[in-house]
Write a protein that binds this ligand. Structure first.
Ligand code: AMP
Length: 147
């Protein structure tokens, strides 16, 4: 089996996501692969009763969320040994951005958690399932367990 060369870890900072981080770091070390980390700030449409969801996002709020995400990603990067040049904060839909960045980076493995903040009940149709469907590379969905 060929080694993985570029691994992308997608994190939503959920309380159990360290388990996925630990697996990604372990795999990166074993394969001597480059590990990148990504958090996507979700661009949730703000509904407007009269006009529908035409206001895509509040710019100030989004900036604040991106800054906060950068701080958390930096902490995660320090724990996992990922330099700032491979820490990515993107805006949009998590599944779309995970797939896009994986392709841009030429990642050959994407690591996600089996479920996220939305809970295990929503696994079907979740980010993990969608990434598995659309990725052009391998995807590892790390089963997140209650600590
Ligand atoms: P979920 O779709 O919420 O069940 O999340 C499943 C997994 O997808 C999480 O454990 C993360 O690895 C990834 N994920 C979900 N949301 C995001 C996000 N906003 N940014 C990066 N990764 C995410």
């Amino acid at each position: 089996m060929e080694s993985y060369r570029k691994i992308l870890l997608a994190t939503d900072f959920n309380e159990h996501s360290d388990q996925a981080g630990a697996r990604a770091m372990d795999l990166a070390q074993r394969h001597q692969a480059e590990l990148s980390v990504l958090h996507v700030v979700e661009n949730l449409p703000i509904g407007d009763a009269a006009y529908g969801p035409i206001v895509p996002f509040d710019i100030d709020l989004t900036d604040q969320m991106m800054d906060a995400a950068r701080v958390r990603l930096k902490e995660l990067g320090e724990r996992l040994g990922v330099p700032e040049s491979r820490q990515f904060v993107e805006i949009g839909s998590p599944k779309g951005e995970i797939i896009r960045l994986a392709e841009d980076l030429g990642a050959d493995l994407i690591v996600v958690g089996s479920h996220g903040r939305h809970g295990i009940a929503l696994l079907l149709g979740s980010t993990a399932a969608s990434v598995v469907h659309h990725a052009r590379c391998d995807v590892l969905a790390v089963r997140l367990r209650e600590p």
